[in-house]
Design a protein around this ligand. Structure first.
Ligand SMILES: Nc1ncnc2c1ncn2[C@@H]1O[C@H](COP(=O)(O)OP(=O)(O)OP(=O)(O)O)[C@@H](O)[C@H]1O
Length: 285
């Protein structure tokens, strides 16, 4: 894979690029707290997974970190520090500067993030131009490099294709290419592989693992799929109804779950072959 970012220096490695402390998110309309105290730290190259059933607050946690909570939601407690900066003190202009270049995200349903009437390549080149200030021709070259980096075959051809011409897996790679265009230090992947079939999902997970290895990218991986988390994450948070009921190393949480709810999730997953990932986690422990 084309190398896109130099590895962080040793001094940076110990410094968290993202520190989430006791974050709470409230709905102003419902006047209740929906996320009730989420904490974790990400150093470069680290991967934290958030699992839990639908509606447990995983996406709101991510949106709070990204500074893009839906209307009528607010961070009602705790703090988020991004590369040392307290995000509660950020101006909109500073947020715009940090998004893409320090923190970035990919979600489910990549097609909805692309303009259907413009080929995908120029859309990535535009992100590159706006975020890095490169001139058009260099931005185009960088976009082609990014398409190669996310392991799309024939990047020169894909560059000129429209979203409707590409498969779900290809579109998710394109969204990842756009998300890493300005060398972010943290990437949030919220159910990024959920809609993909198992083989393509595995390829995208390998791609994220490669990016982490080669660039020191730190990841927050949200998934309802424990096999995804087992494959990729160093640490896991299990959320239920807005609370973190269990948190620890992936091997600890998946092998020696202490909370009944975690056990339930694991039991449900047995049928999907979580065993083979657990074996791998056990070996690398
Ligand atoms: N834009 C919104 N407007 C109103 N309520 C919302 C909105 N977004 C989330 N919620 C509510 O907040 C709670 C937590 O939602 P969230 O999307 O964080 O859950 P989740 O764990 O990510 O679920 P899923 O796995 O289904 O994405 C849910 O009860 C949801 O209905």
């Amino acid at each position: 894979m084309t190398s896109l970012v130099t590895s962080p220096s040793v001094a940076e490695v110990t410094e968290p690029v993202l520190a989430v402390r006791e974050v709470r998110v409230s709905s102003q309309v419902e006047q209740r707290e929906i996320v009730r105290g989420v904490s974790f730290e990400l150093t470069p190259g680290k991967v934290v997974g958030i699992v839990g059933e639908s509606g447990s607050g995983k996406t709101l946690t991510c949106r709070a970190i990204l500074g893009v909570l839906p209307e009528h939601f607010e961070i009602s407690g705790g703090s988020v520090h991004l590369a040392g900066e307290d995000v509660s003190a950020l101006t909109p202009a500073r947020w715009t500067a940090l998004r893409g270049s320090t923190i970035s995200a990919v979600f489910q349903d990549p097609a909805s993030y692309l303009n259907p009437s413009i080929p995908v390549g120029p859309q990535i080149a535009e992100v590159v131009r706006v975020k890095t200030g490169l001139r058009r021709r260099q931005a185009r070259r960088r976009a082609l490099d990014l398409l190669a980096a996310v392991q799309l075959r024939e990047p020169g051809q894909v560059y000129h294709q429209y979203a409707f011409e590409l498969s779900g897996g290809m579109l998710q790679r394109i969204l990842i290419a756009a998300a890493i265009a300005a060398d972010p230090r943290v990437l949030i992947a919220d159910e990024a592989t959920t809609a993909l079939d198992v083989t393509v999902q595995a390829e995208i997970l390998d791609l994220l693992a490669d990016l982490r290895e080669q660039t020191g990218l730190a990841l927050v991986v949200v998934s309802h799929d424990l096999a995804v988390v087992a494959q990729l994450c160093d640490e896991v948070l299990v959320m239920r109804e807005g609370e973190v009921v269990e948190q620890g190393s992936t091997a600890d949480v998946l092998y020696r779950p202490r909370h009944e709810y975690t056990r339930l999730l694991i039991d449900e997953h047995d049928q999907y072959g979580l065993d083979k990932f657990l074996d791998r986690a056990e070996v690398s422990r």
